[in-house]
Design a protein around this ligand. Structure first.
Ligand SMILES: *Cc1c(COP(=O)(O)O)cnc(C)c1O
Length: 425
């Protein structure tokens, strides 16, 4: 038995399913999950001392790789001064200023501890701002485990076959209207029927959570126009895309201004930190200025803020995006070549430094087309890659990520590994 296997049996006796977040359990790919011991740059080391080139990267936060020394130092320094005060600190102001400079639509920001919290709060604000109840979401998009949004949700919910979670009151699920991603006509029809009741449309501008899916030209612009016309709010869930595609949000790259934005993952530099924000008059509905209650004992935690701020400053200073995009383009081309050589039909979607290898033969542009992918084949590919020392996300319907710490030689090694792996699936 490996040490990971031993730890997993111990874990299952105390933690639900042996994990603290479902997709970590490797259910979709089989086998015992690897227990992580340390990481450095693009490398992850497991409890048996095996090193992997990591393309899961904690599901998105680690755009600068594992254990970036400047981030670790900033967090350690903050920790020595006191782990939490429950009082305002200067660094929170600096982080909010940094966020607003990068994403001008964030006129006012509130920090939270998780992306789920940020989304949940943004919806509450949207409902308060419009005095309407309905929320439009798109199938396959995942916005955290917010009750009313666990309807046709992507990510682990898809992987584990529970896209509609138990425990969500039917009445709450009915406040969510679910439409196909990239289908502007469906959105138009819904608004022409129910426009006066819709508080907000929430969307991942580039989807990461059914695997990577790109917006068709005009789709997001159309949502912007539609929401404006019907006085509903547009919420961009940029928990993955924030600071992933460029310094700022996908909204900067797209030239579309949402009313509210949620952020997480990268903005915490690997610590638990997220944020929501947007137009001033909407955000000023939040307590203490307005009637929307939202709070958090550890919100704006000084250690997390120090890590997040350092991460954003490094991204602003170094602008690693061009290099990241080039490395991703090379990797994607190599993976496609390797699949072709092994006569394995795949489609690869990529945006900036996020990508997904779909094991299917037709374009993936929404949830229905994503679900055509052969998840069992992905599982065999994943395990073959793992044996080669490459750690992909342990499920088909997830985004893989590159970090600024992935070097060309790491990409080349990955392509070589993929050549062998594809021939075994
Ligand atoms: C990860 C994610 C969330 C949830 O964030 P947590 O920090 O896991 O609660 C919300 N929205 C999107 C788009 C995500 O990728």
């Amino acid at each position: 038995m490996t040490r990971s296997q031993k730890l997993f049996s111990r874990a299952q006796k105390v933690l639900v399913g042996g994990v603290n977040s479902p997709v970590r359990a490797f259910r979709a790919v089989g086998g015992a999950p690897r227990f992580a011991v340390e990481g450095s740059g693009c490398r992850l080391v497991d409890a048996d001392g095996r090193a992997y080139i990591d393309y899961c990267l904690s599901w998105g936060p680690l755009i600068l790789g594992h254990a970036r020394p400047e981030i670790a130092a900033a967090a350690a320094k903050a920790l020595r001064r006191g782990s939490t005060f429950g009082a305002a600190t200067e660094a929170e102001v600096e982080l909010a200023e940094e966020l607003r400079r990068a994403i001008p639509s964030l006129e006012r920001v509130r920090l939270t501890s998780s992306g789920t919290e940020a989304v949940m709060s943004a919806l509450r604000v949207a409902r308060a701002a419009t005095s309407r109840d309905l929320i439009v979401k798109f199938s396959g998009c995942y916005h955290g485990h917010v009750d009313s949004l666990l309807v046709q949700a992507g990510s682990g919910a898809t992987t584990l076959g529970v896209p509609d979670s138990a425990g969500v009151p039917a009445a709450w699920a009915r406040t969510t209207l679910t439409l196909p991603y990239n289908d502007l006509e469906a959105a138009r029809r819904t608004f022409s029927k129910l426009g006066g009741k819709i508080a907000a449309v929430i969307v991942e501008p580039f989807v990461g959570n059914m695997g990577v899916v790109l917006p068709r030209p005009g789709f997001l612009e159309g949502l912007r126009a539609l929401t404006k016309r019907h006085k509903a709010l547009l919420i961009f869930d940029e928990v993955i895309t924030g600071f992933r595609l460029c310094y700022g949000g996908a909204q900067n790259a797209l030239g579309i201004t949402p009313d509210l934005t949620t952020l997480g993952k990268i903005v915490g530099g690997g610590l638990p930190l997220a944020a929501y924000g947007g137009r001033r008059e909407i955000m000023e509905l939040v307590a203490p200025l307005g009637p929307v209650y939202q709070a958090g004992t550890l919100s704006g935690n000084p250690v997390a803020v120090a890590a997040g701020l350092e991460c954003l400053r490094l991204l602003r200073r170094d602008r690693p995006y061009r290099g990241l995009n080039e490395a991703t383009t090379r990797l994607v081309a190599g993976l496609l070549g390797a699949a072709r050589a092994a006569k394995v039909p795949v489609r690869v979607n990529s945006a900036g430094s996020m990508f997904t290898v779909f094991f299917c033969d037709s374009p993936v542009f929404d949830y229905a087309s994503a679900k055509k992918a052969d998840a069992k084949r992905y599982a065999r590919f994943f395990n073959a890659m793992l044996r080669e020392g490459v750690y992909f996300p342990p499920a088909q319907f997830e985004a893989a990520f590159l970090s600024a710490a992935h070097r060309p030689k790491d990409v080349d090694r990955t392509i070589l590994a993929a050549r062998r792996a594809f021939s075994k699936v």
